[in-house]
Design a protein around this ligand. Structure first.
Ligand code: MOS
Length: 724
C-alpha cells in the first residue's frame, strides 16, 4: 500500500498543469463558439474585435489558421476548427481571438459579429430515433448487429416466444460531460524550430503526432509535455481544440500562446458521452436459466458520426450465458457537440439497461437477484469459444452478500421512520486489454533507477505503479526508482485509456528490466571491469560473482559509465487467441427514499472486484471508489440538458450536477485477488473503469426495492418517484 507519489505536489498546488506554464511575451487566445446548432456562417464582422485593446489577431473561417484534421489508428480522425463555414452544433468553435491578455482576448471575442444562414436542427435523441442508421463496426471489428442462435432456432423472436418468462423494457441514459477539474487548455511555444505544447492529454506521444500532422510539421519538431493531468476520463484522449489553436497561433504570431476553455466552453468545444436508448428482451426458463437475450441500442451521435456509445457490444454480448443472443447497435446523428469515450464507454450506460432488466427478471421469477445472476454465470462469452482466463464473479457476489448483509433484504424493502429503505445489486464487467507501450529503464551510478514512458497519469496512479513495478522488477526499493511520465520525448507509452495502463506499462517494465540487468552483468564482467571473466548474477540491486558483490551503482562507477538504459515493449499478443479477458465485480447499494419528499439518499455502498493482482491497494481502492461514485452520479445527478435550439442548458458545474461529499456515504471496496498471469506476466487486469459499471443499475434496483417504482432512465428524478 503506497501513497501516490504525486499526491503532495497536487494537494499543495505545486504540480504544474498545462496552463500553469508561462513564458515571456506570451499571448492569450480565446475561442469563439457558434450560437446556432445547424447552418452556415455567411459572414463574420471582426472589425471591432480587431481594433479592441491588445488584440493581435482574429482568426475565422474567412481568415483561418492553417490546420488539417489528423488521423490516428486508435481514435480515428480529429476535427479541427475554421476549415469551412459549416456549423453542425451549438457551441462549435468557429473563431479564435489572440490578445496580450486573457481578458482582452475574451472581451474582443464578444465583439465578433456572426451572421448565419440557419438550417433546421435535429437535437433530440427521441426525435431522431426514426432516422437511426446502423452503427459502424465496433472497435474489435464486429458488425453492428450480431446474433447467436441455438441449433434449430430460426430467430431471436422465436427464442423469446418459446421462453416461459419474458421481460421486455426500454431504458434511457442521459448524455454526460467528463467534467474534469482541469479544463482543456494549452500553452504552445516555438523555440529554434521545435514546438513544445504543454497540455493535459492521455498520451503525450499521440498528442505530439496529432499536432505535427495538423500543422504539417515533421513529427520530430513537436514536443508534447503533460507531467500532470487534472482528470481526463476519456475526454483528453483526442487532442483538444485549444492545443491545435495555440500551436497554430504560436507559429503564425511567432509568440508563445496560451489558451484555456472556460468551464461552459468545455461542455461543447470538447466532447461528451452520448445519450442512449436501449430496448432489452430477456427470455428465461422458470428456474431462471436465460434462454434468449435481445439488446437493441441507439446512441446519439454528432453529425460527423465520429463516435457511437457501444452499449450493446459492451454488455449483452459478454455477460451472461445464453443459448440465443441478438444485439444491434444504431446511431442517431444529431446536431449536438462531439461525443467520445467516457469512463467505461459502452459498459457504463449498457450495464444500467442490462442489469436493470436482470433485476426485473428476478422480480418476475420471484428469485433472488444474486441467485439469478449466478445461475447464468458465463464460462465464456456467448458464441465465442474462448473461456475467461480467470473469473471469480461468484466469489465477488458471495463475499459481497456476506459483507453487505444481503440476506436481510426482503423483496418489498423495509421502512425506517419516514424512509423507505431498499437494497440493490448489479454485476460489473469491463474487458481487460493491453495497448502497445514502450518503457525505458535507466540505472544510474548513484544506485537509483528511472522508469520512463510517455504515457499519462490522469489521476489513475500510473506514476506510482511505475515505481512499484520498477522496484520489483529491478529487485530494489521502490523509493530508489524515479518514475517519469507525460513527455513525448520518453519511449512511446501510447494511451492511458481503456483501463490498460498498468497492464501495458507494467508488462513493458517486466521486459525492459531483465534487459538492463543483462547489460549491467555484461558490463560488470567485461575486460577491465570489477568482475572481469567471472560468472555473475544479480540480486537485490547488486552484482554477485566470485564471492564478491557490488551495487549496480558501484559497478557503473567502476567502469566509468554514469548510467545505462534499456527499453522494453509490450502489446497484447498471442494470449488474445487463447482466452477471453475481463475484470469482474459485484456492486451493492442501499438507498433511502423519503416517504414525503421522495428524495433518494444512498446510505451504503459496497463493491467487490476481481481484477487480478492488485499492484497498489490504496490507489486501486481509490480508483474503484471514484468509479462507484460516478455510478451514483449517473443514477441520481448527471445529465446534459439540450434546449430545442441545441444550446446546452446546463453547461456549468452549478447546474450540471455531480455528487458532493454529502451525497456519498462511506464506500466499501473489496478485492478478491487472483493474479491473472494468462493475461500478462504481472497478473494485473484493468480496474480504472469497472468501478462505475453496474452501480447506476444497483441504485435503480435499490430504488425499486424501496419503493416498488421501476425507473427505466437515468438520472432518476424526484418526480419519477411520486406515488401513484
Ligand atoms: Mo478511458 S474512457 O478509455 O479514457
Amino acid at each position: 500500500m503506497t501513497s501516490r507519489l504525486d499526491g503532495p505536489l497536487k494537494v499543495t498546488g505545486r504540480a504544474t498543469y498545462g496552463a500553469d506554464n508561462n513564458f515571456p511575451g506570451m499571448a492569450h487566445g480565446y475561442v469563439v463558439l457558434s450560437t446556432i446548432a445547424h447552418g452556415e456562417i455567411e459572414a463574420m464582422d471582426v472589425t471591432a474585435a480587431k481594433s479592441a485593446p491588445g488584440v493581435l489577431a482574429v482568426y475565422s473561417p474567412f481568415d483561418p489558421l492553417a490546420l488539417r484534421a489528423p488521423t490516428s489508428s486508435l481514435l480515428g480522425e480529429t476535427w479541427v476548427p475554421m476549415q469551412d463555414r459549416n456549423v453542425a452544433y451549438y457551441g462549435q468553435p468557429i473563431g479564435f481571438v489572440v490578445a496580450e491578455t486573457y481578458e482582452q482576448a475574451r472581451d474582443a471575442a464578444m465583439l465578433v459579429e456572426v451572421s448565419y444562414r440557419a438550417l433546421p436542427a435535429l437535437t433530440s435523441l427521441r426525435d431522431g430515433l426514426a432516422t437511426a442508421e446502423d452503427a459502424p463496426p465496433a472497435m474489435d471489428g464486429s458488425p453492428p448487429s450480431l446474433s447467436v442462435l441455438a441449433d434449430g432456432v430460426e430467430s431471436i423472436e422465436d427464442a423469446l416466444a418459446a421462453s416461459p418468462v419474458v421481460v421486455e423494457a426500454t431504458y434511457a441514459t442521459a448524455g454526460q460531460n467528463h467534467a474534469a477539474m482541469e479544463p482543456h487548455s494549452a500553452v504552445a511555444v516555438w523555440d529554434s524550430g521545435v514546438l513544445t505544447v504543454y497540455s493535459g492529454t492521455q498520451g503525450a506521444d499521440l498528442q505530439a503526432a496529432d499536432v505535427a500532422s495538423a500543422l504539417r510539421e515533421e513529427p520530430a519538431s513537436v514536443h508534447s509535455v503533460n507531467p500532470f493531468v487534472g482528470g481526463a476520463f476519456g475526454g483528453k484522449g483526442k487532442t483538444s481544440i485549444p492545443t491545435f489553436l495555440a500551436a497554430a497561433a504560436a507559429r503564425a504570431l511567432d509568440r508563445p500562446v496560451k489558451t484555456a476553455l472556460s468551464r461552459e466552453q468545455v461542455f461543447t468545444a470538447t466532447a461528451n458521452r452520448p445519450a442512449t436508448v436501449q430496448a432489452i428482451s430477456l427470455g428465461a426458463e422458470r428456474n431462471g436459466t436465460l434462454n434468449a437475450i435481445r439488446h437493441d441500442s441507439w446512441s446519439a451521435t454528432p453529425m460527423d458520426r465520429s463516435f457511437v456509445e457501444p452499449t450493446s457490444h459492451g454488455t449483452s454480448r459478454e455477460w451472461y450465458s445464453t443459448r440465443n443472443l441478438a444485439i444491434s447497435q444504431k446511431m442517431v446523428p444529431l446536431n449536438i457537440p462531439p461525443t467520445t469515450f467516457m469512463r467505461a464507454p459502452g459498459e457504463a450506460p449498457g450495464s444500467f439497461a442490462l442489469e436493470s432488466a436482470i433485476d426485473e427478471l428476478a422480480v418476475a421469477l420471484d428469485l433472488d437477484p444474486i441467485e439469478l445472476r449466478q445461475r447464468n454465470n458465463s464460462a465464456a462469452p456467448p458464441g465465442r469459444d474462448l473461456q475467461w482466463s480467470s473469473k471469480h464473479l461468484d466469489e465477488c457476489f458471495r463475499v459481497g452478500a456476506a459483507r453487505f448483509g444481503w440476506s436481510e433484504r426482503t423483496p418489498q424493502g423495509r421502512t425506517d421512520g419516514d424512509w423507505l429503505v431498499g437494497l440493490g445489486t448489479a454485476t460489473a464487467m469491463f474487458p481487460a486489454m493491453r495497448f502497445p507501450a514502450t518503457v525505458g529503464i535507466t540505472l544510474h551510478d548513484d544506485d537509483t533507477a528511472e522508469v520512463a514512458t510517455s504515457g499519462a497519469d490522469p489521476g489513475t496512479g500510473l506514476l506510482t505503479v511505475l515505481s512499484l513495478v520498477g522496484g520489483e522488477s529491478l529487485d530494489i526499493a521502490p523509493e530508489k526508482v524515479t518514475p517519469r511520465l507525460g513527455d513525448s520525448s520518453f519511449p512511446a507509452g501510447g494511451m492511458s485509456g481503456g483501463s490498460t495502463a498498468t497492464a501495458s506499462a507494467g508488462s513493458a517494465i517486466m521486459v525492459a528490466a531483465p534487459r538492463v540487468i543483462d547489460d549491467l552483468l555484461a558490463l560488470a564482467s567485461s575486460p577491465g571491469a570489477p568482475f572481469e571473466g567471472a560468472e555473475v548474477s544479480y540480486a537485490d540491486g547488486r552484482v554477485l560473482g566470485g564471492g564478491a558483490s557490488m551495487t549496480f551503482g558501484e559497478v557503473l562507477h567502476a567502469v566509468g559509465r554514469p548510467s545505462i538504459t534499456a527499453t522494453g515493449s509490450s502489446a497484447a499478443g498471442e494470449e488474445m487467441t487463447k482466452h477471453s479477458f475481463s475484470s469482474f465485480g459485484a456492486q451493492f447499494c442501499e438507498v433511502r427514499v423519503h416517504r414525503w419528499t421522495r428524495e433518494v439518499r444512498v446510505s451504503r455502498m459496497l463493491g467487490v472486484f476481481d481484477a487480478g493482482r492488485i499492484i497498489n491497494a490504496q490507489a486501486a481502492r481509490s480508483q474503484i471508489m471514484g468509479g462507484m461514485i460516478w455510478g451514483v452520479s449517473a443514477a441520481l445527478h448527471e445529465g446534459l440538458e439540450t434546449e430545442a435550439n441545441g444550446r446546452t442548458a446546463n453547461g456549468d458545474l452549478a447546474s450540471y450536477l455531480v455528487p458532493v461529499n454529502a451525497d456519498i456515504p462511506d464506500v466499501d471496496v473489496h478485492f478478491v485477488e487472483h493474479p491473472d498471469t494468462l493475461h500478462n506476466d504481472l497478473g494485473a487486469r484493468g480496474l480504472g473503469e469497472i468501478g462505475t459499471v453496474g452501480m447506476a443499475a444497483a441504485v435503480a434496483n435499490a430504488v425499486h426495492n424501496a419503493t416498488g417504482i421501476r425507473v427505466r432512465h437515468i438520472p432518476i428524478m424526484i418526480e419519477d418517484l411520486l406515488p401513484e
